[in-house]
Ligand binder design. Sequence first.
Ligand SMILES: Nc1ncnc2c1ncn2[C@@H]1O[C@H](COP(=O)(O)OP(=O)(O)O)[C@@H](O)[C@H]1O
Ligand SMILES: N[C@@H](CCC(=O)OP(=O)(O)O)C(=O)O
Length: 387
Amino acid sequence: MEKSGKRKELINKQRWVVKIGSSLLTNNGQGLDKPAIAGWVKQMARLREQGIELVLVSSGAVAAGMRRLGWKSRPHAMHELQAAAAVGQMALVHNYEKEFLKYDLQTAQILLVHDDLASRERYLNARSTIKTLIELGVVPIVNENDTVVTDEIRFGDNDTLGALVANIVEADVLILLTDQDGMYTDDPRSNPNAKLLDRVPASDERLDEMAGDGGALGRGGMVTKVRAARLAALSGTHTVIVGGRLPNVIDRLADGEPLGTLLLSDEEPQTARKNWLSGHLQTCGEIILDDGAVESLREQGSSLLSVGVTDVFGSFNRGDMVLCLDREGNEVARGLVNYCALDARRIAGQSSECIEDILGYMDEVELIHRDNLVLSLMPTNVVEMEL
Ligand SMILES: Nc1ncnc2c1ncn2[C@@H]1O[C@H](COP(=O)(O)OP(=O)(O)O)[C@@H](O)[C@H]1O
Ligand SMILES: N[C@@H](CCC(=O)OP(=O)(O)O)C(=O)O
């Protein structure tokens, strides 16, 4: 199939999030690739000159720290990884600051952990800080706060973090710069016959079979990039997975050149509150819905009532994020629940009028109110996939 012409989805777009991955930044483990960083910064400065607002999400702290500490292989112990990240983050921001200043651009360091975005108050704080920095013409540089996270609460890969940042700032475009030219029909490291994808709806379920894991330094491979594109799509953001070593890659993308793989958002942008809900990646339990409840959530955008629930799993409190699954275990929605797991189990399958009789109190008529509920992006089997 012929390559598409100029990509109108990227031309004249106002707000970009650019994510630079570990595999690329660290030149396959050789420490930070400073000349490459200088090249990307030069191009990002040109984006700013065109009036494009920019947030940079940069990996590389652990890898840069390893180099500074003289470690040859990535440690497994969490405290060593965290120490490496603390050392490496200094190298990372020092480099970016130096390079951006060449173009009179100020930078700001933003380190986030999952909890910062799960709490509504801290999320709103992070959002207003990032938006203020953008208005001031400063380039925010975001990374995970690796020194304080534990395995259970980490994003782990920066693709997800990039998508959440795209949701926060309602970006038009998310660019995932990586070590491959884009997404292929299979991992090109193991399959030399794999073909580069040109443009695909982010929701296309065939992507799940094509996406493999990452290299030795990267964290998520294509699996997390596809997932990130789907998350970004919820705020109407298009994602491009593209090779960071292609000459002038950022300039050429801004000019609409069809480089890498464009994962299109075919969603109506959600409200900021719904974006925040979608970004809650850690959930505390599962609620199984009957077919009628699945349909009314999906078709009518209704609240979830206890009568449509067949089972409740996990242990959660009022206000926690839970998954709503259909009978086959597919995710239908996620939302903040009004009753704890114990009470939710007791009222499952019962109509709302019975709640007070069963529990002796009634906080809310709904198990999950529709304002606190967000439908999950359903993978669709779509025909448009261009190689
Ligand atoms: N279908 C695919 N197309 C391209 N790359 C793939 C695919 N499946 C797996 N990969 C792997 O994903 C790697 C890039 O992801 P990763 O190592 O996490 O990089 P980054 O640090 O840039 O996020 C590639 O080096 C490649 O081996
Ligand atoms: N926060 C980590 C980056 C995690 C990571 O490598 O993510 P990715 O670039 O998505 O593979 C670091 O700075 O080392």
